[in-house]
Design a protein around this ligand. Sequence first.
Ligand code: FES
Length: 112
Amino acid sequence: MPKVTAQGKTFECEQGANLRQVLLKNGIDLYNGGAKALNCRGIGTCGTCAVFIEGEVSEPNWRDKMRRSLPPHEPTRNLRLACQTQVLGDVKVTKFDGFWGQGYKTVWTPEG
Ligand code: FES
């Protein structure tokens, strides 16, 4: 089973599992501040579940690409929407600051 490492924890999930659900189930702070309550619950429209991912995941789908092409996200940035991403192998996840996770300062890294 793939291993996911985020915010200092490592846990296993099913191959193909939805990254948002895996992170939330394991108590990871996927959302910054008010986005914890104000998010689209995984339908790919709010853009607040953006993370940086190292490792094997699904290709970005059209919702992921479309939402990340709109401000405050930048289409050229190598982030992904966790709610639109399937885990295919071991991955490490990093969260950046800002309501949408669009900032350049890390909030947490794979290590903690
Ligand atoms: S939870 Fe809203 S875009 Fe992912």
